[in-house]
Design a protein around this ligand. Sequence first.
Ligand SMILES: [Zn+2]
Length: 286
Amino acid sequence: MTYNTIRIGSWTVYLLKSGKFGLDGGAMFGSVPKALWERTNPADEANRIELALRHLLIDDGERRILVDTGLGHLWTEKQVRMFRMEQPEHALDGALKEAGFSREQVTDVILTHLHFDHAGGATMADGGEIVTAFPKATYYTQRAQWELANHPSPKDRASFVAENFVPLKRYGQLEILEAGEEIAPGVEILVGNGHTDGHQMVKISGSGETMVFLGDTVPTTTHLRLPFIMGYDLRPLETLEEKKRLLGQAAEEGWWLFFDHDPRVPGVKVKPGEKDVEISERYGGN
Ligand SMILES: [Zn+2]
């Protein structure tokens, strides 16, 4: 896997990819008819579309802040097939190594939320035990997300896997936040409740540049259209408002926007368009 970097103020942001998987295209686009999404996101025989697993590593030489951990490896063969998981044996580890880092060097892990495709790599198997995958890091989630993940409703029960996040607390490495906050100079957590309770986007700013890692609020370029909202979302109308506000400001101020699941495009800049916003510039890497 290759990686790219982007400079924001004193931070070097590494754009990492740990693999890909597939989810039902209908669930990914909510009430949007298949005829409108299948041209950009072709479905396989089980109606799954391809999704990437993307991460940031934000480094200033002292702090190394990882955003999201991907699927991890605590999966049965049946689950691997069902979600069409394709990742190298040490997926995120390998991507970090290629960029010149080890798991032990990660100081902070921001989990956009605790769904299995974001928190799966937060823990790992060590002999018969489940341990934290980043032994020196503080992990961040929101109180509302923590409560939900530990007591999910039947709608989102399948998205949360307790062994991905319960050990973080047991090892004393979890910091449960009550709201959005700046966790390092220029690295800010933005909280929304559309996709799921206490979802965290990450905004990095410095030297007049801003980039936002959108998490599952806008998972792919296809979701830049305002009505394209995932069926998984708990509060789609809030997602709509969050997208409107964020994309409007991003268009006005020329922010870089980075996606967690787009299979081809890591990031874009946007401008006001005929419908909602349009892509004005694509990030050059893959
Ligand atoms: Zn996701």
